[in-house]
Design a protein around this ligand. Structure first.
Ligand code: ADP
Ligand code: MG
Ligand code: ZN
Length: 498
């Protein structure tokens, strides 16, 4: 109590500290709106292809071009994919939901409205658990609904014209809206990664932020710590990487704290993140906010979903990242970090378990997959499914280390050689003569020569500078090109140095 009074009065007289003090009393409140492009073969209301990269306006028809008199027909696969996500995030599914028209004008929207869901969305009241800094927080999901994507404007930098490509018009999306439960930029990043991981596990979206198949708008406000009411929020757009999401949120939280600490007020507005300038800029204020005049789409019937279908989809869901992570910890005894990283991607987890099938030592396999293998894939910009070293190949290599045939150090050289040539570990070890020297008779003369060559170091060692043992080990390893068994080298050195 005494300290508290003292702190306030001490800060009261110091205007700079006073500002700091106010800033520290705020907490940030974040809610994300995520748009995930669904990987169905055809569009949501017509049979045009969704394939990416086709010449402009070749995947179009009267329906997705919004010609008069056409009728949309709902793609069942879209509903199935949306239901997979809804069930994977613990949402309740609406027995009856509706499509609605969101009306606005933009050249990439040929109908003059987007078909979305509004008052009666497909799913509501879900959640995901997100691990940040070792603690787990539950983030609520307000709703998940289906909608169609708009087209794409292509700007010609050389001429004052823009063209429009309608190939993307009508590509299915789900929008996943979170509760304002997120409390930091870091947590927002973790939530986004978790959702990306889930859509990829479900194989409904490829989750690519850079290419825009997984997009995120972030709503953020701050409020005095402990307050239950929400502050005025701003909405951040143009966040096309995890790094941008976190940086933009940090920037915006800082900006709002500054405004409030200076006695100002937050203005509700939409802000665009400029990654080059590391700043956000106001795009439009509340006054310019759209009134979309939503109304039920009279061309589409209410969507009634059969309970049996929901059950079948629920049965067919794969083991999800959170459950897999827990299993990796419980069954394989992996630390949370390893389990989280290995299960962040379904194919990576499959690779890991395939490798364990051949070499059942969870932690060494985890170390090699997270270290050498992911390092190599990152360097070669390859996906785990294109790994140049197979799970069986890696297992064979680890077997050689386990049996003492090669040292752990040499194993890395062999691994790189396996990746480069595709040859099995055993063959590389044989061809290059990399078998570990575990024969003390072979090592004794090497040690003897090194001791004879370094009389000063030997004297220093004998006078108590025992740290020099490492130096001698290094010399032996160098002389044997890394092939000597380090444990044996230690023993022989100790014996000969004293
Ligand atoms: P809109 O559809 O106008 O963008 P919503 O009310 O649907 O608005 O909210 C969109 C997102 O903004 C949701 O993720 C929600 O959690 C979040 N949100 C709403 N109010 C706030 C606030 N005051 N601070 C932070 N996030 C908020
Ligand atoms: Mg919004
Ligand atoms: Zn079409």
């Amino acid at each position: 109590m005494v300290t508290w009074t003292f702190r306030i009065s001490a800060l009261f007289y110091n205007p700079i500290n006073s500002k700091m003090w106010q800033i520290m009393q705020f907490e940030s409140v974040i809610g994300l709106e995520i748009h995930a492009q669904l990987k169905t073969k055809t569009k949501i209301f017509c049979s045009c292809s969704t394939a990416f990269g086709a010449p402009p306006n070749t995947h179009v028809c009267p329906v997705c071009l919004g010609m008069p008199g056409v009728l949309p027909v709902l793609n069942k696969k879209v509903v199935e994919f949306a239901l997979r996500m809804a069930l994977a995030t613990g949402c309740s599914i609406a027995g009856e939901s509706r499509f609605a028209r969101k009306n606005y004008f933009y050249p990439d929207l040929p109908k003059g409205y987007q078909i979305s869901q509004y008052e009666l969305p497909l799913a509501e009241h879900g959640f995901v658990d997100v691990a940040v800094n070792g603690s787990v927080r539950r983030i609520g999901i307000t709703r998940i609904h289906m909608e169609e994507d708009a087209g794409k404007l292509v700007h010609d930098p050389g001429r004052p014209v823009s063209r429009v490509d309608f190939n993307r018009t009508g590509v299915p999306l789900i929008e996943i809206v979170s509760e304002p439960d997120i409390r930091s930029a870091e947590e927002a990043g973790a939530y986004l990664r978790q959702l990306r991981s889930i859509v990829r596990y479900l194989q409904i979206c490829d989750g690519n932020l850079e290419e825009g198949s997984f997009r995120c708008d972030a709503n953020v406000s701050i409020r005095p710590r402990g307050s239950q009411t929400l502050g005025t929020r701003t909405e951040l757009k143009n966040l096309n990487s995890f790094k941008h999401v976190e940086k933009a949120l940090q920037y915006e939280i800082g900006r709002q704290q500054e405004v409030l600490a200076d006695g100002g007020q937050i203005i509700q507005q939409t802000r665009l993140w400029d990654a080059d300038k590391n700043q956000s800029f106001s795009m439009r204020g509340k006054e310019e906010a759209h009134d979309y005049r939503y109304f039920p789409d009279p061309d589409l019937l209410p969507l009634v979903i059969d309970e049996g279908w929901i059950d079948r989809i629920r049965q067919s869901l794969p083991e999800l990242p959170a459950a897999k992570k827990k299993r990796f910890m419980d069954v394989y005894g992996l630390p949370a970090y390893d389990a989280g990283l290995l299960t962040s991607d379904r194919e990576l987890a499959d690779y890991y378990e395939a490798c364990l099938g051949f070499f059942p030592h969870p932690k060494p396999v985890s170390n090699w997959v997270m270290g050498a293998l992911l390092g190599l894939l990152h360097q070669q910009e390859k996906n785990i499914t294109a790994s140049p070293v197979s799970p069986e190949g890696l297992a064979q290599l680890l077997e050689l280390v386990e049996k003492g045939v090669i040292s752990g150090k040499i194993a890395k050289t062999v691994f790189d050689e396996m990746a480069a040539t595709g040859k099995p570990a055993g063959k590389i070890v044989e061809e290059k003569g990399l078998v570990q020297i575990t024969d003390s008779q072979a090592l004794e003369p090497v040690v003897a020569k090194i001791i004879a060559d370094q009389p000063e170091e030997v004297a220093a060692y004998q006078n108590g500078k025992t740290r020099l043992l490492g130096f001698f080990v290094g010399q032996v390893m160098k002389a044997t090109r890394g092939k000597a068994n380090p444990k044996l080298v230690n023993e022989i050195l100790k014996k000969n140095l004293t």
